[in-house]
Design a protein around this ligand. Structure first.
Ligand SMILES: O=C(O)CCC(=O)C(=O)O
Length: 312
């Protein structure tokens, strides 16, 4: 008997989950083996290899090239956000056993980059985001640019500890309570990096037409000098850093732009003094067709957060 559209959609979702589960089982076993092998192979790591999670740091000479591109899953295009049929579990999000941080530097640029989640986990996280995140609309989805209020060219929402807000581009965003899956991601990033975070800004780019313009994350309500951890899932996109002295028509020196392809499941740590000297942006890439969700985990200074006023 032919399926109704609803039954068809339900079947597609079940198929996706079944395949993901099978792949995950295989991948989980393999990763435990790999992790054990790598730890055994690196006996010279000293104390670190006694820890449950090992952080390795590697210097990258050429920051441009970060491996094969990931074709974004088309699955989510068929999936309705908050679909009651989708029963994704947090067990998908396993802590990486080995975290190899690639160090990317230039003048006053201090970044660390790693493929944090494997493909399957990153896809599950993306599916969870697509299902469970409700993005801001109306005034909360506008920012001020050259005195005019405009709709942001993407979707955005913030989560964090009670009472925190983030004020930028003339707008104060309140933190919604942590959903459990984002709390888990936050804990895992802390375990891997050693840094704690009390706030996350989530940006969703429906395709390569959505973007984020050049800016610095140097607002007063951020804990000064503290790193920002940027986790990406979905469509791979270029993330571009430009030194403030080398920007636009008023450039006083030539400093090479640093462009990083942020892969599905990747983690970028922006450490000080990067945000005092470098602007960053996610430019349009019109050939990119997939959805991308980015989470920037931040540490806000509670006493510096503006109270949220619903008239803001
Ligand atoms: O989506 C991205 O990777 C850009 C995020 C970003 O620049 C920000 O949240 O300040």
């Amino acid at each position: 008997m032919p399926r109704t559209p609803k039954q068809g959609r339900r079947k597609r979702l079940l198929d996706i989950q079944e395949t993901e589960l099978e792949k995950l089982k295989k991948f989980k076993d393999q990763r435990v083996n790999n992790a054990n092998e790598s730890i055994n192979d690196n006996s010279s790591l000293g104390q670190d290899n006694q820890m449950e999670n090992v952080i390795l740091k590697e210097m990258i000479k050429k920051p441009q090239n970060y491996g094969e591109s990931i074709t974004m899953t088309n699955k989510i295009k068929n999936m309705e956000p908050k679909s009651p049929e989708a029963d994704l579990s947090l067990d998908f999000l396993e802590m990486p056993k080995i975290c190899r941080m690639n160090i990317i530097t230039s003048e006053n640029l201090n970044l660390e980059y790693t493929k944090f989640y494997r493909e399957n986990e990153a896809t599950s996280l993306l599916l969870l985001c697509e299902r469970d995140i409700t993005y801001n609309v109306g005034d909360l989805a506008k920012i001020q640019m050259f005195g005019k209020w405009i709709d942001i060219p993407r979707k955005q929402v913030a989560y964090g500890d009670e009472g925190l807000t983030y004020t930028f581009s003339g707008k104060t965003l309140p933190a919604n309570p942590w959903p459990s899956f984002l709390n888990k991601v936050r804990r895992q990033i802390t375990q891997a990096t050693g840094f704690t975070f009390n706030f996350v800004l989530v940006n969703r780019y429906k395709d390569g037409y959505d973007y984020m313009g050049e800016h610095k994350d140097d607002e007063k309500d951020l804990c000064s000098g503290y790193p920002i951890a940027s986790l990406t899932c979905g469509q791979e996109r270029d993330f571009v850093f430009k030194h403030q002295d080398s920007r636009g028509t008023k450039a006083t020196r030539k400093i090479d732009t640093v462009s990083i392809k942020l892969e599905h499941g990747s983690l970028l740590l922006m450490k000080q003094p990067t945000n005092s000297f470098w602007y960053h942006s996610l430019p349009q890439r019109k050939k990119a067709t997939g959805v991308r969700v980015n989470m920037t985990f931040r540490k806000m200074e509670p006493i510096k957060c503006k109270p949220y006023n619903y008239k803001d």
